[in-house]
Ligand binder design. Structure first.
Ligand code: NAD
Length: 485
């Protein structure tokens, strides 16, 4: 069953109204599987962003949302989860068209996780409790948790629905109001969700969407004095800038930034099982996955065996039209991403890398396809190893000891995720402890759930999404001390 509500008209959503940009500007949205324009959306300028922040401020101050109890907000968020599930086919089709995601994965991963996000925080909204504190001098002290105010949510192109939900659901559960700026390339599910949230009962002005570019709409949002917190997901370069602007304005921030995770395969790993996780870890979402595992580190004794299995298995992973249910790898989300991957693979060739498979575009329907690529024998200082390629590219390096494996794994500026393949339980826990990463998967890749916090260390950022940790990050604590004399 699908519900009919006003959605995806390609206009800005401000104060509960669908509006054109003040200057009438619009921008094309491209289907990455064909390179053709599918629709256009309004391109917000600074004036529009300011209107959205004012609407969010007014809605926060009037208490129509922030004044509800947590459990009342939770009921609305439960309805959001239901509506996502009722409209799963439409949402998956939209996300697939916008990002080039294989339709089966858009359903199983993006839509399912988004619904789970809202359901999870709907439940946690019941537990926004303070606590009593034991204090001397005949006083009673207690704490209360309240919303922060207006949240600027800025999200990247690769998981538009999920990464918006991981901010919007906890921020709304805590009673905040929001201005969401999705990535310019993939704005469609954000607009759809605006209609869906309204239908579920989120009051006007509580959730606003401004589609537009980073340098104009994003920058205006970062600098707007009406914003209380910046929840940013994107590249490390933009995150550094966003954090410094937030610092000037003394705004709270969470920064979910780039990644370049290592996947360690020890000689005692169950290689047959590990291969599935290794391949998933670098082809999932066409490698446009901050928590993907693009750096494979393999014990020297099994190095050539693993490379040989990958050479046979990887070319067989179904790549092609994302609308076909059997497709596992779709196109890159945009031409600039495709070109970036091409440049990195050329660089790897120059750096002495052995192309085990792939290493070229796939010519199909004018789309932005790149064959899944495995590159062996690069040295650790190679740029392709050290930098975030963000495409379906796996580098493979050997190691001779556990210490060397850990040293190589921790040797890039990033620290978002990491993985270990071993059947030795003691080693698994010991190495997990030593890896500089916000999440470590053991004999698995990648399992994400709203109950499990994720986020980075080092250049991958700070703050956590998911879990009660995320809900807390959208609240502020007030202490009350009462004299009992
Ligand atoms: P990006 O940094 O180019 O853009 C992210 C968002 O920031 C977009 O909405 C963009 O319009 C906006 N933006 C750009 N310039 C801005 C400015 N001056 N002011 C304000 N906003 C601005 O990132 P991207 O290419 O869209 O996404 C890919 C990156 O995101 C990768 O580095 C990936 O690792 C990272 N990522 C991280 C996580 C995580 O959870 N840590 C999740 C997904 C993606």
């Amino acid at each position: 069953m699908t519900t009919t509500f006003e959605s995806e008209p390609g206009r800005l959503f401000i104060g509960g109204q669908w509006l054109e940009a003040t200057d009438g500007a619009r921008v094309d949205v491209i289907d990455p599987s064909t390179g053709q324009v599918v629709t256009t959306v309004a391109e917000a300028g600074a004036v529009d962003v300011d209107a959205a922040v004012r609407a969010a401020r007014e809605a926060f101050d009037n208490g129509a949302w922030s004044g509800l109890s947590g459990r009342e907000r939770g009921r609305v968020l439960h309805r959001v989860a239901e509506l996502i599930r009722e409209n799963a086919d439409d949402i998956a089709a939209l996300e697939s068209r916008d990002v080039g995601k294989p339709i089966t994965l858009a359903h199983a991963v993006d839509v399912t996780n988004a619904a789970n996000d809202y359901e999870y925080y709907a439940s946690l909204a019941w537990s926004l409790d303070g606590s009593a504190r034991d204090v001397p001098l005949n006083r009673l002290a207690y704490t209360k948790r309240g919303a922060i105010g207006v949240i600027a949510a800025i999200t990247p192109f690769n998981f538009p629905l999920i990464l918006a939900g991981s901010k919007i659901a906890p921020a709304l559960a805590a009673g905040n109001t929001i201005v969401h700026k999705p990535a310019e390339e993939t704005p469609l599910s954000a607009l759809y969700m605006a209609g869906l949230l309204k239908e579920a009962g989120v009051p006007d002005g509580v959730f606003n969407v401004v589609t537009g570019t980073g340098p104009v709409a994003g920058e205006a949002l970062l600098r707007n004095p009406g914003v209380d917190k910046i929840a940013f997901t994107g590249s490390t370069a933009t995150g550094r800038h966003a954090a410094s602007v937030a610092g000037e304005g003394l705004k709270q921030v969470t920064m979910e930034l780039g990644g370049n995770a290592a996947h360690l395969v020890f000689e005692d790993a169950d290689i047959e099982k590990a291969i599935g996780a290794i391949i998933k870890g670098f082809v999932f979402n066409t490698g446009q996955f901050c928590m993907g595992g693009p750096r494979l580190l393999v014990a020297r004794s099994v190095y050539e065996t693993v490379v040989g299995i990958l050479a046979d298995a990887v070319p067989g992973v179904p790549i092609g039209d994302p609308r076909q249910p059997e497709t596992v790898i779709g196109p890159m989300a945009g031409e600039r991403h495709l070109k970036k991957v091409e440049e990195y693979v050329e660089l790897a060739r120059k750096e002495g890398g052995r192309i085990v498979c792939g290493g070229e575009r796939l010519d199909l329907n004018g789309g932005y396809y790149y064959k899944p690529t495995v590159i062996a024998d690069l040295t650790n200082d190679s740029r392709v190893v050290q930098e975030e390629v963000f495409g379906p590219v796996l580098t493979v390096q050997p190691f001779d000891s556990e210490d060397e494996a850990v040293e190589l794994a921790n040797s890039t500026p990033y620290g978002l995720a990491s993985g270990i393949q071993t059947t030795n339980l003691t080693r698994a826990h010991r190495v997990a402890d030593r890896l500089q990463a916000g999440i470590v998967w053991i004999n698995d890749w990648p399992m994400l759930d709203p109950a499990v916090p994720f986020g980075g260390v080092k250049a991958s950022g700070f703050g956590r999404e998911y879990g009660p940790e995320a809900l807390e990050s959208y609240t502020k604590v007030k202490s009350v001390v009462v004299s009992l004399d």
